[in-house]
Design a protein around this ligand. Structure first.
Ligand SMILES: *Cc1c(COP(=O)(O)O)cnc(C)c1O
Length: 378
């Protein structure tokens, strides 16, 4: 038997990049520019170049990035914002925190993403914005979502926390990076994300100059000129040490992305002969950067299989075990039916995927999964 396999191995990656990362951190320590230093601007510029977007603005984390984006759009109390029902809490949480109303839309069973049809079902006169989440690393149907937004005069705020570097191609062949397609996009550099810092960090993207200026001010106490405050802001800056680390890792993002995709391809082909395991559906308009490789197991067998994998020393995870509209905190907002989201929360299982996972390990995980699905002994 192989040694235990975790969901993620950040130490291995650090050891590979150790000398570069240590030097980058040391430079910040010598500069003593811990907040808003030159390295923050340098990283923001390199990130904007990588994603081919006009502005990338660092924030303290991805949740703040979403909050700041919403604050910059001048939404009013009781305005409704459509969010996917099957995702991490941040989009709905920030909407509610700002006194806006989160409206949950169901997702697609195959791609896990919010759909144009589910958005149309929950649109009202009070709808002002949509937050599509590109879940697990694959873009939502942005072409249709932008179409609805144009027709109904809505803002589109992309949650690209799991999809950094994914490419979305429109019917006219125009290709844009995830997070840079709507009015504004947000990402997270939480350590486990595809581009991960060594602490909390995030960013907001936009091609709109005025919005960029406003976002930059909101992230810094609503201030453009020191001690002059134009709007209510928050304190949510990307700190220099995290920027220095991310600036090193950014150079490897394309390589890391390809390595994740290679592992996903191995899983796909290994599971081709196992009908019990429903592999993730690839959407033809988006590349998939596989923040997670998430399969579906029907018939109430997911938890038993997970237990068997655990006994074999292979970590798995459930993203997400509860549909958002079923979370106690959102009880006051329950306003829509999301049966697919509920089904997914019972069927999804994410397998280890990270750039340093070897192909041999991926094949081993796949073989053990297939055995577990047949309820065979380890
Ligand atoms: C990680 C994540 C966030 C929040 O990012 P933080 O940096 O942890 O605040 C928001 N949305 C999605 C979809 C995420 O995966």
């Amino acid at each position: 038997m192989m040694t235990a396999i975790p969901m993620l191995d950040l130490k291995n990656q650090y050891i590979t990049l150790q000398s570069e990362i240590n030097a980058a951190i040391q430079n910040v320590l010598y500069s003593s520019e811990f907040i808003r230093g030159g390295i923050v601007r340098e990283f923001e510029q390199n990130l904007a170049n990588q994603l081919n977007v006009k502005h990338a603005i660092g924030t303290a984390n991805g949740t703040d990035a979403l909050q700041i984006a919403l604050m910059a759009l001048n939404l009013q109390p009781s305005d409704e914002v459509i969010v996917p029902d099957f995702t991490f809490i941040s989009p709905a949480e920030t909407v509610a925190l700002l006194g806006l109303t989160p409206v949950f839309a169901d997702v697609d069973y195959d791609t896990f993403n919010i759909t144009a049809d589910s958005i149309k079902k929950v649109l009202t006169k009070r709808t002002k914005a949509i937050i599509p989440v590109h879940l697990f690393g694959q873009c939502a149907d942005m072409e249709s979502i932008l179409q609805i937004a144009r027709e109904h005069n809505l803002f589109v705020i992309e949650d690209a926390c799991q999809s950094i570097n994914a490419d979305y191609t429109f019917t006219n062949k125009n290709t844009i990076k995830s997070g840079c397609i709507g009015d504004v996009g947000c990402t997270s550099f939480f350590p486990s994300k595809n581009l991960g810092a060594y602490g909390d960090a995030g960013a907001v993207f936009t091609n709109n100059d005025l919005l960029a200026e406003k976002i930059r001010a909101i992230a810094n106490h609503g201030s453009k000129i020191r001690y002059q405050h134009e709007c209510i802001g928050i304190n949510s800056r990307l700190d220099s040490i995290q920027a220095a680390i991310l600036n090193v890792k950014l150079k490897y993002l394309d390589k890391f992305t390809t390595e994740r995709q290679n592992i996903a391809n191995i899983y796909d082909s290994e599971f081709a002969d196992c009908p019990e395991i429903k592999i993730p559906t690839r959407n033809s308009q988006s590349t998939h950067v596989f923040h997670q490789y998430t399969v579906k197991i029907q018939g109430n067998k997911r938890d038993e299989i997970r237990k068997l994998m655990n006994e074999r020393g292979i970590a798995t995870a459930v993203y997400y075990p509860t549909a958002l509209h079923q979370q106690p905190v959102f009880e006051p907002f329950i306003n829509s039916q999301c049966p697919i989201s509920e089904t997914l929360s019972a069927e999804v299982l994410s397998l280890p995927i990270f750039p340093e996972l070897t192909h041999e390990q991926a094949k081993y995980i796949a073989h053990e999964m297939k055995k577990a699905c047949r309820f065979e002994e380890a």
